[in-house]
Ligand binder design. Sequence first.
Ligand SMILES: [Zn+2]
Length: 139
Amino acid sequence: MGFLDDVISTGKNVVSAAGKKTDEAVRFSKLKIKESQLNGDIRNKFETLGSLIYQMAKSGEKNSEQFDALVAELDDCYAQLEEISQQFDEMRNEVTCPSCGAKSKTDNSYCSKCGAKLPVKPEPAEENADVIDETKDGE
Ligand SMILES: [Zn+2]
């Protein structure tokens, strides 16, 4: 009986640990997919932008509304890419140097490449790593 209980509970622990790892892996691959989709989007938008510029040069007419819209869409894509890269950093416990863009471990205070001060990342919470508590600044 006791042995079986042990086996069952150990089994449960293994499953939950594996489940957590799988969650991470799923999250990672989902981000990877989103990242490549965004990069594809960006390429497409640049292509559209290029042909729009070509048409404008050919016709001598300015279609600045469509042009501005495309630029805004590209900005949006870049912002989303930035967000994704921050999430990757978080998962790898890394921060991106604001000065040179090199990756450092979160426990470093200064960039190992250029020596710039690194942004302080909040301690990752045990359960809800996704929730960043910003009310703790005063401590
Ligand atoms: Zn740096």
